[in-house]
Design a protein around this ligand. Structure first.
Ligand SMILES: *Cc1c(COP(=O)(O)O)cnc(C)c1O
Length: 344
């Protein structure tokens, strides 16, 4: 398909229309040809000027990466850091903003994929709304949450919200989505970070014509539109409820296998669950044993690389998938020598 044709225009307009419903926003949602990280970089370079004070809230690998990206573009990054496996506390965010009144941009990760923790952004929204005029621009990494977890961009007052096709949108990798509030566009006009491929103003202009500035990942667009149609049929409330049920089913099953879960129930992610391996058991070994039976899971990240398994349960996922994962994991653990049901 020619990407400067009415056929592509139809795909793009349909994708944007449906994405906006899942973003629960009247704001623009732009579709970039990029992985999620490209979307996060686009968010930064369009609102930042070198030297800007940024508050980055981190509780895992992805939060740390976004802070590092802001540093790479010359921002003066202050970090509010939480241990891996724990969630942010909105009262700390409030205090950090009050003691750093020069902060212009706040970075938060909705769902920390490296640990399986969902941060409570509704509480951050309350804190920011109470700050009124002095509130910083609020950027949200929703790469592994949006499309599976409720994130009402407008109601919460998020300014830039980034997601990516290969996570809850169950599409091929290659597309990033960036929702941009009216307030964020004002910052875009003033920000002086260099940008070219990631120029959201150009992307916005091209959308008027039903195009993208550069060649889009066309094959991924077909997949995305198919996924969005099926998601629209299921409906956001049903999708959100299904992901919570899958999470709960998996957590019960993992505990029944005697495994400790990395995140507490109160902040447990509806899209990814991290289970700690019994001491002396290598996550990589369990992972490859499961892969031999056709079940792909991930190991840990950073210091936890070989100590935990991360199991995705987002997008096209059903209770029988969870059962299959648990059965395969039980066998894999037995294979690497962990007695069934042993307390760990
Ligand atoms: C997957 C993910 C990213 C990075 O996405 P890529 O597509 O690998 O660039 C960023 N943040 C979070 C929370 C993620 O889950």
């Amino acid at each position: 398909m020619d990407h400067r044709s009415p056929g592509f225009e139809g795909l793009l307009r349909e994708a944007i229309l449906r994405l906006r419903r899942f973003y629960q926003t009247e704001a623009e949602v732009l579709v970039l040809t990029a992985s999620g990280t490209g979307g996060l970089e686009a968010a930064l370079v369009n609102v930042l000027s070198p030297g800007d004070a940024v508050l980055a809230v981190t509780n895992g690998a992805f939060g740390q990466r976004w802070a590092a990206m802001a540093r790479a573009f010359g921002a003066d990054v202050r970090v509010l850091e939480y241990p891996w496996g724990t969630a942010l506390n909105a009262l700390d965010v409030e205090q950090a903003l009050r003691s750093n009144p020069d902060v212009r941009v706040l970075l938060t990760t909705h769902n920390e994929t490296s640990t399986g923790v969902l941060n409570d952004l509704a509480q951050v929204a309350d804190v920011l709304n109470a700050l009124r005029g002095e509130r910083p621009l609020w950027l949200v990494d929703a790469v592994s949450s949006l499309g599976a977890v409720d994130l009402p961009m407008d109601a919460w007052g998020c300014d830039v919200v980034v997601s990516a096709s290969q996570k809850a949108w169950m599409s091929p990798p290659g597309l990033a989505f960036v929702g941009v509030s009216a307030r964020a566009w004002e910052h875009v006009a003033l920000a002086s970070c260099p940008r070219y491929y990631w120029d959201l103003t150009a992307a916005r202009e091209y959308v008027q014509k039903g195009q993208t500035p550069f060649t889009p990942a066309l094959s991924a667009m077909y997949g995305l539109c198919a996924a969005l149609r099926s998601m629209t049929r299921e409906g956001l409330p049903a999708i959100v409820a299904r992901h919570r049920r899958l999470r709960d089913q998996l957590r019960v099953g993992l505990r029944a296998l005697g495994l400790r879960l990395f995140a507490d129930d109160v902040c447990a992610s509806p899209t990814v669950t991290a289970a700690c391996m019994p001491s002396g058991v290598s996550a990589a070994e369990v992972k490859s044993e499961m892969a031999r039976h056709g079940v792909m899971v991930a190991g840990g990240m950073g210091a936890f690389k070989d100590q935990m398994l991360r199991i995705a349960h987002l997008g096209h996922c059903s209770p029988s998938d969870i059962e299959q994962v648990l059965d395969t994991l039980r066998e894999a653990l037995a294979c690497v020598g962990v007695a069934q049901g042993r307390a760990i």
